[in-house]
Structure formats: structure tokens, C-alpha cells
Design a protein around this ligand. Structure first.
Ligand SMILES: [Zn+2]
Length: 338
């Protein structure tokens, strides 16, 4: 099969297409012919070596949709030709958390890789049926961004009518948070550096758009102004170092700051007095359970939501996909097609 293989960490240029041995499904595994693979910021960090060494075969990518090509011994839920989505989370499947459907709380929980390829093997319980009514490209755009945003909103648990600030709102994760926040009946304030994308954010569900750079502008003051001095009930922060201090400053008393990523770095200074005097809650979100993916796919199948796809590129242009993502030139998701 053809696959994008990383031998050494580095810039986008290390993403070259090679012909490698076809994987084969073992007992309880499903071999998926990948029709579309989502590109995530995580893939960029993996390519850079920022999340530890890339282990052979060194194929990146954690979100894929496709068709079942073959099944291993003991697989009962799928047959060749089924349209499926691969859940990026992996867990032991046996511990109390897994058995309770909270696989993201499993001590062995990890995010799988191998989607930038023509074929990908996954355990049967990590493969979910792809509903009709969405394309392979859309289905491959759901996993990490929508699961992460939904799981984070569940943890923050806001009531309808409360306010939600979304940093980095034009990215794949940001757009997902805007759409899901709107669906929950929240008042969504989208923050972006890109004035040219404000209209699109309004169309995707934002009530208001704040344009500015977290590293240079006092956007907390702007959010406070727009909330009558009260601040936001929930702040969804995937930016990290450049925004986190402002996230705390713009949160309402008793508000929740959800950290789901750190595109500008993860080390932040934190004045605890800000947290305890204003009774803030800081919550972490990391993907979410498999059940969330199934529920989200149902929302897409019913037309309640539509994944936003910026560009579809052939697998051979994975390097270009990473360049665009790193240059923040994307609105929504980039998807690769083998
Ligand atoms: Zn487990």
C-alpha cells in the first residue's frame, strides 16, 4: 500500500509517500481501506517529534473513514464493504472505566496512528458504522476535533443561554466548538486573528466574533465589555500559553476554563488567587469516549451539524496540508484522500 511514512522528525518535507507492506488484520481486528483521513494539529506535533519518537512504521494520522477490506478471526460486527469510521482512541477494553463506556478514562488510553495510508487496521470495538448522509471526507473530519469539543463541553456542563468563548475559532477544533456550543443553546463568542473569516464564523453559529491576537491584544477586556462586565461562563482554550492568562481573566465568577490543547505551548504562569477568589474551575479535555463519536455521527447523519472542510488534498500532498495548518491558513479541516 501507499502510506505517508515519517523516518525522522522534522519539517513538512519529511512527509513522503512510500510503498510499504499491506497490514493484515489479526484476531478481532478490521482492515479498513481508508477513503479519507483528517489532518489534526496533533499530527504536526508528532511529525516534529514534540510528542515523543515516531515508532515504526511511522505512519501519522488518527482520523479515518473508509470501507472494510477484510476482517480478522472472531470479528462479528462487520463484513467486507461496510462503510466505517475509525475511532482514534484506544484503550484496554477490560478495566472498569472501559466497561462503563468511559474508555477515555482508561489508564491505557491513547490516540492511535496510521490513517495517512491506503489501509489501516483497528480493533473491531474501535470501528463504528458510518451513517448514510455524510461523505467519507466529512466523516474523517469528525473524530478528534468534534469528540474533543463535545467531551470538553460535557465536562464544563453549561446551561442553555450561558456564554461560551472559543479561542482559535477558525481551526478544526474551534469550528467544532462553535457549532456544538450553538447546538447546546449557548451564546457563542468566537475569537480569531482572522478578520476575513468573521462572516464565516457567524454562519457556522457564532453570535459574535472578536478579532485579535492573544499575544498582542487585550481580548479579555473585549469579552468583558461584550458580556456587560460579567465575563464568559465557559472559555474553550486550545491555544495555551498565548491565551490562557486571558482565559482566566475573561471567565465569569464561578466560570469554567476548559483546556483542550496548547498550539502556542503548554507552560503557563498561574496566579492561584485569580482562581480561588473568583471560584473558577479549570478542566482538561482529551478526546472523549467512543460513544461520543457514535452520538456525533448521528447528529451529522440527521443534518443537525455539517463538518466544515477547508480543503481535500491527495495523500501525496500531506506536506502541503501540514504547511497550511501550521500557517493557520485553514478554516475547518484539511482532509487527505489516498
Ligand atoms: Zn481500560
Amino acid at each position: 500500500m501507499k502510506a505517508v511514512v515519517v523516518h525522522q522528525p522534522g519539517g513538512p518535507e519529511v512527509l513522503g509517500v512510500e510503498t510499504v507492506l499491506d497490514p493484515e488484520p489479526g484476531p478481532g481486528e478490521v482492515l479498513v481501506a481508508v477513503r479519507a483521513a483528517g489532518v489534526n494539529h496533533r499530527d504536526v506535533w508528532r511529525r516534529q517529534g514534540a510528542l515523543g519518537p515516531v515508532v515504526p512504521p511511522g505512519i501519522l494520522g488518527s482520523d479515518a473513514a473508509g470501507e472494510v477490506r477484510a476482517v480478522g478471526p472472531g470479528v462479528t460486527g462487520f463484513v467486507v464493504g461496510d462503510r466505517v469510521v475509525v475511532c482514534p482512541g484506544r484503550s484496554c477494553g477490560r478495566c472498569p472505566a472501559c466497561l462503563a463506556g468511559q474508555d477515555d478514562a482508561c489508564p491505557a488510553f491513547a490516540i492511535a496512528e496510521g490513517a495517512y495510508a491506503e489501509l489501516w487496521v483497528a480493533p473491531e470495538d474501535r470501528v463504528v458504522p458510518m451513517p448514510s448522509g455524510i461523505t467519507f471526507e466529512e466523516a474523517a473530519a469528525v473524530g478528534i476535533p468534534y469528540m474533543t469539543a463535545e467531551a470538553a463541553l460535557l465536562r464544563a456542563d453549561p446551561r442553555p443561554g450561558q456564554s461560551l468563548v472559543v479561542w482559535g475559532a477558525t481551526g478544526g477544533l474551534g469550528v467544532a466548538a462553535v457549532q456544538l456550543g450553538r447546538l447546546r443553546g449557548l451564546r457563542v463568542i468566537a475569537v480569531t486573528r482572522r478578520a476575513d473569516k468573521a462572516d464565516r464564523l457567524l454562519r457556522e453559529g457564532a453570535h459574535e466574533v472578536v478579532v485579535g491576537d492573544p499575544a498582542a491584544d487585550d481580548l479579555a477586556a473585549e469579552v468583558l465589555r461584550r458580556t456587560g462586565g460579567r465575563g464568559a461562563d465557559v472559555v474553550f482554550d486550545s491555544v495555551g500559553q498565548a491565551s490562557f492568562g486571558q482565559s482566566l481573566a475573561m471567565a465569569a465568577r464561578g466560570g469554567v476554563v476548559v483546556t483542550v490543547g496548547a498550539t502556542t505551548g503548554g507552560a503557563v504562569g498561574l496566579d492561584l488567587a485569580t482562581v480561588f477568589r473568583r471560584r473558577l474551575t479549570v478542566v482538561g479535555g482529551y478526546l472523549g469516549p467512543r460513544g461520543t463519536l457514535m452520538r456525533l455521527l448521528g447528529l451529522f447523519a440527521r443534518g443537525a451539524l455539517r463538518p466544515v472542510i477547508d480543503t481535500v488534498l491527495p495523500l501525496a500532498e500531506a506536506a502541503e496540508a501540514h504547511r497550511r495548518l501550521e500557517a493557520a491558513q485553514v478554516f475547518g479541516k484539511i482532509v487527505l484522500t489516498p
